[in-house]
Design a protein around this ligand. Structure first.
Ligand code: PEP
Ligand code: MN
Length: 363
């Protein structure tokens, strides 16, 4: 005569089944990971396959021996599918070209002897918001190069809120920026806003800037990824860190691994600054990626009186450089005249930030 099993016996059986289930779902996960890797290797980044999922659920529903109702079986397997998909996607993320999983050591850019990233001294990128005239560029380059700044900025194509605002000097501005930078032994960085302009901007600039408003312009990101020039990639003002890194991934995926990330403040509810400088994003980007990360204090703050503490804070969290706008006469600048520093202001800024940015003249 067989004895009725006790609750303890039954619980022991359930424990055993739990272990078997665990072994099975873990084995299933390993197979799923293999599928995920195969898809990625085939260049099929889309892991979710709703038609296949539908077929699996239908088959399980038909095979269901009970006592669980079909809806319960579906819900349980749907959860397993969800977890599997998350696993495939997180494996993909680990394998991003921008990530430290793929490249552990810091990327150090060497652009004509100017080194950015790693343990190098932080760089300064400075210059006017817009390129406006030969005199303005000449004076600014002479002033900044005498203070050891090696990278001159200036916009020739300006992303203006109003279509009636000054839109930049275009090709004439590119020619001017390049000439003045050369004359003073500096590199020239300028924004490119349109895929149609990438070639001409790359012809004149040493570094191509992607502005905050274009961080999500994937066609443009791909195009600068194909250009053989380093890229300064600003973070969009409403972009998550993940979106920012994926934007960089677009550039790297086209074969261009010379990307400098630039945090320039994000939009929050705060009104007393133009944007909110997100220092956690800088620390996070440094931790997750091997790319140099710089901080644009000018556009982050939108006011001059905060530039020193923000630059100090940026360097303290590991920024590889500071981007700041400098203009001979900010009051009459054609764009961003509230926030650009004049020459005395730049000297005060440099003195305020201290040793970290005190690059010796010419070096
Ligand atoms: C700029 O650097 O000139 C500029 C427009 O900055 P952002 O794209 O960060 O607004
Ligand atoms: Mn500006």
């Amino acid at each position: 005569m067989t004895q009725t099993p006790t609750i303890e016996d039954l619980r022991a059986e359930v424990d055993l089944i739990n272990r078997e289930l665990l072994t099975l779902i873990s084995r299933r996960a390993e197979v799923v990971e293999k599928i995920g890797r195969a898809k990625t290797a085939e260049g099929r980044p889309q892991h979710y396959d709703p038609a296949r999922e539908e077929r699996q659920l239908r088959e399980l529903e038909q095979l269901n021996p009970g006592p669980f109702p079909a809806a319960t079986i579906k819900a349980i397997f749907k959860e397993i599918f969800r977890a599997s998909l998350a696993l495939e996607e997180s494996n993909d993320k680990k394998a991003l070209l921008v990530s430290r999983q793929v490249k552990a050591e810091d990327t150090v850019l060497d652009i004509d002897g100017v080194r950015i990233g790693g343990q190098e001294r932080p760089v300064v990128i400075a210059g006017p918001c817009s390129i406006e005239s030969p005199e303005q560029m000449e004076q600014t380059a002479a002033f900044l190069s005498a203070r050891g700044v090696r990278i001159l900025r200036g916009g020739a194509y300006k992303p203006r809120t109003s279509p009636y605002g000054f839109q930049g000097m275009g090709v004439d501005g590119l020619i001017l920026g390049q000439r003045v930078a050369r004359d003073h032994g500096m590199l020239f960085v300028t924004e490119v806003m349109d895929t149609r302009d990438v070639d001409v901007v790359a012809e004149h600039a040493d570094i191509l800037q992607i502005g905050a408003r274009n961080m999500h312009n994937f066609a443009l990101l791909r195009e600068v990824g194909r250009a053989r020039r380093p890229v300064l990639l600003k973070r969009g003002f409403a972009a998550t860190v993940e979106e920012w890194l994926y934007a960089a991934e677009y550039v790297l995926s086209e074969g261009n691994d010379e990307v400098i990330l630039c945090e320039r403040g994000i939009r929050t509810f705060e009104k007393w600054t133009r944007n909110t400088l997100d220092l956690s994003a800088v620390a996070l980007a440094k931790q997750m990626t091997h790319l140099p990360v710089i901080v644009d204090v000018t556009h982050a703050a939108g006011r001059r009186d905060l530039l020193v503490p923000l630059a100090k804070a940026a360097l303290a969290v590991g920024a590889d450089g500071i981007h700041v706008e400098v203009h001979p006469s900010p009051a009459t600048a054609l764009s961003d005249n509230e926030q650009q520093l004049d020459f005395a202001g730049y000297d005060a800024f440099l003195a305020g930030v201290g040793a970290a940015l005190n690059v010796p003249a010419g070096g």
